[in-house]
Design a protein around this ligand. Sequence first.
Ligand SMILES: *Cc1c(COP(=O)(O)O)cnc(C)c1O
Length: 361
Amino acid sequence: MDFIDLKSQQALIREQLDRRIAAVLDHGRYIMGPEVAELEERLADYVGAKHCIGASSGTDTLLIAMMALGVGPGDEVITVPYTWISTAEMIALLGAKPVFVDIDPETWNMDPGLLEAAITDKTKAIMPVGIYGQTADMTAINEIAARNGGLPVIEDAAQSFGATHHGEKSCSLSLVGSTSFFPSKPLGGYGDGGALFTDDDELAGAMRQNRVHGQAKKHHHPILGINGRLDTLQAAVVLAKLDLFDGEVVKRQEVAAVYDSKLGGSGVALPRVAVGNTSVYAQYTVLSDDRDALSASLKEAGVPSVSYYAVPLHLQPVFGYLGHSAGDFPVTEKIASQGLSLPMNPYLSEAEVSQVCAAFA
Ligand SMILES: *Cc1c(COP(=O)(O)O)cnc(C)c1O
């Protein structure tokens, strides 16, 4: 069984993919071709944001957003230590300091109860993550940001695109939303790509400018930027997949519901979705006191599993200069040591889901 199955999906839309890719080969506008604008329009509409800005990856989106907000040396950006490296990596790359706050024990996302204490007069932005497919408590985080001088909130929604928080879509929940089209993400392409969302006209303009070398008009560069564009071919691929997306989210939720009901008594802790949230289940992750033994017995039963973020960011060598040690973020460390992600994709058969559950017996 595949941990992530991209082949079944491709079989369903192979014709649309071929047609979309052929259209790009025919018109030949590989950079910022019409598919990029078409995708941006469709995604802005889907998310309910005024602007969508396609970009080269879900890492570059974070960089572009923070550049547009003027994050730099001497600044602090608050995020979580339980996430993919990009989130803190881009803060540090800009010369700012990643300031970690621990995660909530139920949702494994930023704990808003710990956020305010981490804010200083150097705080330039807050960057919560929607880990494993549900958003952080963006309502509480936005409130705290608002009463602390209107701090910008960037939602790293690489894993939560399509999820909702009190009926609103992830990526539309704060000043900026950022997502990724890495192939294994809920809305993945066939290579690197990402997108930014905002309702703010000025910020959208700045992010568009940062995406193309800080260019205001051709050969005129008032500010520094990067080469952060989304490829036309990648936009064409994501467009072909977009029609399937809502149905795939429902199927992921159905697989999760079966896991929920069948693994209840098996001695592992199950993932919880907060009241007011829906999850797109980028991952279905359980907690086990003896994760390595569980992973080994699953493997024996032919079931692949993955321990994501087993070494949390505050304990990664690259962030050693921040001076953290084990014990600093106890909830993160617990989830990092116990979390095991099970096969999750919309194309798992009933038999495969049963095989996973049977392996827990
Ligand atoms: C995947 C991911 C990213 C980076 O996205 P890329 O497109 O791979 O650069 C950033 N943040 C989180 C939480 C992710 O899961």
